[in-house]
Ligand binder design. Sequence first.
Ligand code: SF4
Length: 362
Amino acid sequence: MKYMDEYRNPQLAKNLIREIKQSAHRTWNIMEVCGGQTHAILRFGIDRALTPEVQLIHGPGCPVCVTPIQKIDLAIQLALETDIILCSFGDMLRVPGSKTSLLSARGQGANVQTVYSPLDSVKIAQQNLDKQIVFFAVGFETTAPVNAMAVKKAKELGLANFSLLCAQVLVPPAMEVLLSDPYCQIQGFLSAGHVCTVMGYHEYEPIAEKYKIPIVVTGFEPVDLLLGIKECVRMLEDGKYGVQNAYTRSVRREGNVPAQQLMKEIFEVCDQHWRGLGSIPRSGLRLKSDYADYDAEKKFHLIPEKNEEEQTVCIAGEILQGKKKPTDCPAFATICTPENPIGAPMVSNEGACSAYYQYEKR
Ligand code: SF4
């Protein structure tokens, strides 16, 4: 297909839906890992069109939703208690910490600025040499290269007033946690095309082998998603496992090697706490010791609270693990709405609760 519009071609999508339904001889449980894919699936009604042959389970791939509450509290503490400029993607501002949010902190006078890229934060650092600038670096492998580039650029420019508050997470270890659950219902995965564009898909091959499960690299447009689901159903029906690439216009097995090299130069793998999933070994990135001067936690001697899951009505943890759907939550669309969110999945553009609120409710 030459043109982007063709990936939204309704007739092509209808044909693929018919082919998937005809090829499935039972119900298959397939998880889309990425929150962007969840929104596209809900927006275009793909989940409803494929029921009952395919049950789509929504995964933990919403970076805002899995950012640990303790990191949000640290960001709020930094913004309120120090004379810094805290830069963040807009989504993070309304996510509740243990007591308040960055948006409320801004209302209390903290200097919290929304940026579209960490490189914008480097520019702010250049323009405000008398201030410390901290970028709240959340996200999956998709954001890690540009965050690494921001640190590298700050170092090249000799900026001593720039640092990262780092909450970077990695997808494959979280997939393993889900698959290790004895009650796991997932029979196949759609892996996120943009993550694989950066990282390639070779790191999913040992997972597919170990858990004997199909993993299909999948894009974000309706036809992309249906091509990924079709391939996954074909493998399941044939009793096959392994990794297939249904997003060839963007993804190569080896991924974007220069981006990976940049990540490796600046970051190292570490254990990471995920909101709703708990601590996952080797599932995060932190700055290497050579770049400790750019690590906000070290620079400002921040000590995070012990990682504990919050006790609220919110069932975000079970939703992020694919065990429940947003509509199972008693607070959904009653006391929890995008205007008054209780949990992160209702805030984020990639959160499952906000997707259900926008598209299912309608
Ligand atoms: S609807 Fe709100 S309270 Fe319920 S799980 Fe989603 S974010 Fe949490």
